[in-house]
Design a protein around this ligand. Structure first.
Ligand code: BGC
Length: 745
């Protein structure tokens, strides 16, 4: 009878709490009331996540029996409503499913890949993009996304570098928090999509840039570099977290109780739930960390991993493990509490279903497309420009649009776009024709049809077409499939005949503007030499075409900055701006291997920290990006030079737009702790601001930094500020600017 009443109320959409604690209590009371009614099998069911495709009777049967807490991989609203109906109306306790999917940089309206989004240095814009993703995805029934990926990555060979915010801890944290806020929304409603911060932790440090590989990050580096973005997102309310595939110092993350139980829950007070990565519980068997799936399940649940994604370890073995005393009932109860808490928090009990009529309506709204366009504009980085850009429409009469990415609607979307539809993509070719076809004659000759192609005839045709044009616009890069999960490389130069094609186009004597769309920073020495300008768009998403067209023709100005160091060659990797200082720093006067005549028997060429056959400097430093004007920086000044540990430091700088076009500059605030109980990075980003400057205008920009933000884990593994001397810079990238000194007492 009670159950019948429960269903009636539920179907009538009445706010419902649980069968026994009807209408009363807060989140925790509701969780407890429900937990009390659950059998062990139903509890274990809540910890089981299943991948489904279409409506499958076996999966439905499991849901009916209370054996599934969550599903992933299906996003047809009709199918999802059918599954949800089984869980809510046909299972004993009617607990709704939490429906998940990888919505990584947009659902249907695709935004730039996360690495590109990081290049915007614009967290408000990134939050807006995540909100668009949430509105589109939740309308289709997805209430939980596996994003943001917070893995610090310092190795562009690693394919998943595309999915994160790059190499810097601070930028990564700011972007992660923006995404969490955007996905979950300010107040929880039906458009709230639970965020999942991943992959916990150090996954991006995979040795050799090879996916899933081991890592060896020490606890201090974890705490100073890899963990802070996770902590920031947990503080911002991220509802879930995913453990990573890798073993760090021999311990697979999915079985690492120190990380999950002690740090995440104990130190940070995380009250959401933790999900394994896909089969990462079972993979502890492959790692040689567990003899079988049962033992792997025991290790994972005892480490604090609440939900099993596709290992079937919990559903198959937890009951037995409890019987054997290897897993306590309390451990299982706590895991169930964590899952139920988030289901209540998301309002799934009140609103388990989707309005199937609405699903289509919210997709590709004009606002969503505009947010995607602006994101693609702001994420594009102008790397070089000999003055050819922006094109002067009054002087240019004919342009050649060429290259394998000029009209590649699928590939410009980038990795992880399960739901992005190429039919909605606006490519550069289309945008140039639509927006500028009335001003200039547009010739299209692709040369190569995809980025790995070898095609001399195609190149010859493009070269012939180039001779008829005033300017060559060449769209090069990597297809979407060249980056992302398990898609790593040892050679990060342009593939196929692209270099050959660029060389041949350049040899025509026509100015060559390169636009590169890629999932990673590529090695660009050859491209720099054989072109007149390079705009780097990462993979820019649905609206990448209009964004780059408007940048080329000067209706938008470039403002993106590199969120990652661009190496000169693969041998420099890992190369990142915030490395520690060595005892023999490079000083710029070193002898290079071919600078001097070599003699047999020579015993030494130098003794500082550098490479004999490559400069120490990268191709482009972190934070770098040009615009169509010159921004001049004054020397920064600090309000005072001595601070206490609880003070707030104030610093300012003046920037002047010395050119004749408006610009938006990303000012970056860096600090160096000169002496520490452990060696400290040569520079660390502590803040940034995007500021508009009109031609001829001078703007004073101020930064505030609580001195507490200078704290780090030192020799005693305690987080604190160590008094002493510091330097700060306010500059347009991580490699320029003059420092100012200050002291903390
Ligand atoms: C990836 C995760 C992803 C999951 C679910 C795994 O292979 O590592 O990032 O969220 O699959 O699709």
């Amino acid at each position: 009878m009670i159950k019948y009443l429960y269903r009636l109320l539920l179907m009538a959409g009445v706010v419902f709490i649980s069968v026994t604690s009807v209408f009363a209590g807060n989140e925790e009371d509701r969780v407890e009331a429900l937990l009390q009614q659950m059998t062990l099998q139903e509890k274990i069911g809540q910890l089981n996540q299943l991948s489904v495709g279409g409506f499958d009777q076996n999966a439905a049967g499991m849901m009916r029996a209370g054996m599934v807490g969550s599903i992933l991989n299906e996003c047809n609203p009709k199918v999802l409503n059918r599954y949800q109906k089984v869980a809510v109306e046909e299972s004993r306790l009617g607990i709704p499913l939490i429906i998940s999917r990888d919505v990584i940089h947009g659902f249907k309206t695709i935004f730039p890949i996360p690495l590109g989004l990081a290049a915007t240095f614009d967290p408000e814009l990134v939050e807006k993009g995540a909100r668009v993703a949430a509105v589109e995805a939740t309308a289709n029934g997805i209430r939980w996304t596996f994003s943001p990926m917070l893995d610090i990555a310092r190795d562009p060979r690693w394919g998943r570098i595309a999915e994160g915010s790059g190499e810097d801890t601070y930028l990564d944290a700011v972007m992660g928090v923006a995404m969490v806020k955007g996905y979950q929304g300010e107040a929880i409603d039906q458009t709230s999509m639970a965020a999942c911060v991943k992959h916990f932790v150090a996954y991006g440090a995979a040795e050799g840039g090879r996916d899933y590989n081991s890592t060896g990050i020490t606890e201090r580096t974890l705490r100073n570099v890899y963990l802070p973005p996770f902590e920031a997102c947990v503080k911002a309310g991220a509802m879930t977290l995913m453990t990573s595939f890798n073993d760090n110092d021999g311990i697979p993350s999915t079985g690492n109780g120190f990380l999950v139980n002690d740090v995440l829950r104990g130190e940070w007070g995380f009250d959401g739930f933790v999900v394994s990565d896909w089969a990462s519980i079972y993979e502890m068997v492959n790692h040689g960390f567990a003899e079988d799936n049962k033992r792997a399940g025991e290790l994972a649940i005892n480490a604090g991993v609440d939900m099993d994604m596709m290992s079937y370890a919990y559903i198959s073995h937890l009951e037995e493990l409890i019987g054997e005393g290897k897993v306590s009932m309390e451990t299982v109860d706590n895991a169930v509490r964590n899952v139920l808490r988030i289901k209540f928090r998301l309002g799934l009990f009140e609103n388990p279903y989707i309005d199937e009529q609405r699903a289509e309506e919210v997709l590709y709204s004009p606002e969503a497309l505009e947010a995607a366009r602006v994101s693609a504009v702001e994420s594009a980085v102008l790397l070089t420009n000999d003055g050819v850009l922006p094109l002067d429409k009054s002087k240019v009469t004919t342009v050649l649009v060429t290259g394998p990415m000029a009209n590649a609607p699928h590939d410009q979307l980038g990795t992880w776009t399960f739901d992005g539809e190429p039919a909605h993509t606006v490519t550069p070719l289309k945008a140039i024709r639509d927006l500028y076809g009335k001003d200039v004659k547009v010739i299209y000759e692709p040369g190569l049809t995809f980025t790995r192609e070898f095609n001399e005839d195609g190149i010859a045709k493009a070269v012939k077409a180039a001779r008829k044009a005033d300017v060559v616009l060449a769209f090069m890069g990597e297809e979407a499939i060249m980056s992302g999960e398990a898609h790593c490389l040892t050679d990060i130069t342009l593939k196929g005949d692209q270099r050959k094609m660029i060389e041949a186009l350049h040899a025509t004597g026509r100015p060559v503007v390169l636009n590169i769309m890629a999932g990673r920073p590529l090695v660009l020495d050859f491209e720099i030499e054989h072109s007149d300008a390079i705009i780097y768009s990462f993979h820019p998403g649905t609206m990448g075409g209009p964004a780059v067209a408007q940048l080329i023709f000067g209706d938008e100005t470039p403002s993106g900055k590199t969120p990652i160091t661009f190496p000169k060659n693969v041998g420099q990797i890992p190369i990142y701006y915030n490395h520690n200082m060595t005892g023999r720093p490079y000083n710029g006067t070193e002898t290079m291997l071919y600078d001097i005549p070599l003699r047999a028997g020579q015993t030494s060429l130098g003794n500082t920290s550098y490479w004999l056959d490559s400069t120490f400097e990268p191709e482009f430093p972190f934070g770098y990006g040009l615009t169509y004007t010159t921004i001049e920086y004054s020397e920064p000044s600090v309000e005072k030079t001595e601070y206490g540990v609880n003070d707030v430091l104030r610093a300012s700088v003046e920037i002047t737009n010395a050119g004749d076009r408006e610009a938006e500059e990303v000012l970056q605030f860096y600090v160096r702790d000169m002496v520490g109980s452990v060696t400290r990075p040569v520079k660390e980003l502590k803040g940034f601001k995007r500021v508009k400057v009109a031609p001829g205008e001078t703007v004073k920009v101020e930064f505030e930094l609580p001195v507490q933000d200078l704290s780090f884990y030192g020799i005693d593994m305690k987080k604190k500020v160590e008094p002493g001397k510091f330097r700060l810079w306010i500059a347009g990238d991580s490699a320029s600017g003059k420092p100012v000194e200050f002291e903390v007492e």
